[in-house]
Write a protein that binds this ligand. Sequence first.
Ligand code: NDP
Length: 678
Amino acid sequence: MSLLEISSFAAGQWVAPGTGARNIASAITGEVIASAGNDALDVQGMLDYARAVGGANLRKLTFHDRARMLKALAGHLNQHKQALYDLSFNTGATQSDHMIDIDGGIGTMFVFASKGRREMPDGHVYLDGDVEQLSRNGTFLGQHICTPLRGVAVHINAFNFPVWGMLEKLAPTLLAGVPAIVKPATNSCYVTELAVKLMLDSGILPEGALQLVSGGLGDMLDHLTMQDVVSFTGSANTALKLRANPVILENSVRFVAEQDSLNASILGPDAQPGTPEFDLFVKEVSREMTTKAGQKCTAIRRIIAPQAQVDAVIEALSARLSKTVIGDPRLDTTRMGALVSNSQKRDVLEKAEIIGQEAERVFGDPENFSVDGADADAEKGAFVPPMLFHCADPDNAQRVHDTEAFGPVSTIMGYRDLDHAIDLANRGQGSLVASVITHDANVAREVAIGAGAYHGRLYFNNRDSMKESTGHGSPLPHMVHGGPGRAGGGEEMGGVRGVKHYMQRTAIQGSPDILSAIGDKWVPGGTEIEGPAHPFTRKFGELSIGETLHTAPRTVTLEDIETFAHFTGDTFYAHMDDDAARRNPFFPGRVAHGYLLLSFAAGLFVQPDEGPVLANTGLDNLRFMKPISAGESIKVRLSVKKKTPRNEEYGEVRWHVTLTNQDDEIAAEYELLTMNAF
Ligand code: NDP
């Protein structure tokens, strides 16, 4: 293989390696395969270009435009993933590791694309939470909104996931409307470079939205402003150094870190040998130790088992680990490839030695193991075997709780009771994930209460969920990834939460019309617009926000209540028995069914002819506020609250519906959803 020149993409130009370039070796053979880095990279020019060109271009698009862009990008990467697989073997990753890194990254982008369309508006302002009533008469209200930061996101990634690591940060950033400069770890940056090339060549991204630094970042962080964000994944030492940068501190630059984590997995006290949970535990631990050769920020580093089961776990786990075929990751038979580099191998062996000061190695010998494949070089390649340690006195140990050997290394320790297990799990001083394998929901509850504050994610698994569970080690785009304390104190993904990390939340206070205009969503109390015709006869595009219909009143009779009760079978006493209803603190006597009122409301506002309203798809936030007795009347106010296009044919209209009685008191309020043709 000829030497690969890994370029950066700066201010619209590819920049080849130059002075200061670093060599990159294959994880399998130890031979140099690439070089990356150029000291002459104009980092200030990159920041300016991102802010002036990329940011401006992205902010012209709506959240839905950007979500569609993500979907197209993910689809494009998906079509070309074989090229990424082929290259990525050199990092030591197996095909199943690629499924996590490459397919997992693409899948994450698809999820953000879908969430952007479903959970964010087709506009430029994201409404965060509900309107807050700040005054007695509702003329002064509050609403939190989020708008994209006007700066650039600098993503500094770890070597272990050259594709997923980039995409899990990039997807929420672009969806927010913020341009990104991606800096992958040099050891595996050739895979990231190809993914970036694919995305740029697709022509899907607007100019300036994405730039790449292959090799060192230079003094880029010294030029950041209060509108920029740094999102870092890597070691605690580097995180500490970078977050202490005086410019970052002085300008309050957002700094998100995901760093070392001593993740634990607890075998529940109920999970004796012979139970499905015991077997599941052994399987999950062994998988977490060997996937990506243990180079996963979420890998299980500490195995916490009931004291009485420690020997059984060691025996079962050793039997399973002994079947791990180590070797050339390109071979189908290989179960565990190499570490990313020889310096990583030295680091893992050093850390294993430190753990060995407090724990006995009970499986795996780095001096004596075999490697499969003619091309895999056991001496020059970065191979290590899985290593299991047993710590007999975890209470008095320290290093097993604070040393992250970033490879296939894990330590088992026994616990006396559940409180002790929780205490040991929390000794990691903050982790990305802790798991509990138990079929006892009370055990799960105790752990959630006792350990929740120390872990970013708690993963429970047992016989009921094991077929569909996604694995201890898999961060999901829907769920928060990050953890307190040692794990860096950061948070990524978690659905729309992850997008908000790249936006500013602003509290807006003002009149209903001001709030309606800013949020592009009608707020009760805002101006009601009288349309030229019944709103149900108007197409999606014709309806204005605030367009309102007031219906005629309808009197509710006792006969209506009786008929409805017998027709539906709902003969609840509050509708049928005057004395019983009076004994109830909520009713003055027999009252109309809430559902009767809703049905009458529909009868009052519906326009029956075939027209642009295609379907009634739901009803949100229904509240019955005042009962209606026989002889009273109701009328309806129907206002267009929000419009969300769904596709080329139709869009969703959210109507604000208010039912009032003859004294204009609100009897019920809700939001009605319809699909309307364009
Ligand atoms: P590093 O912290 O050394 O590097 C992480 C990223 O930071 C890389 O992109 C690196 O670039 C970059 N970087 C390093 N120094 C600077 C700097 N001065 N300015 C700007 N960027 C910088 O971690 P590694 O990826 O090398 O992994 C080392 C250890 O980190 C692992 O052994 C493991 O213990 C831990 N780790 C933990 C993870 C977790 O989430 N728990 C994930 C990955 C690693 P470059 O490669 O060019 O130096």
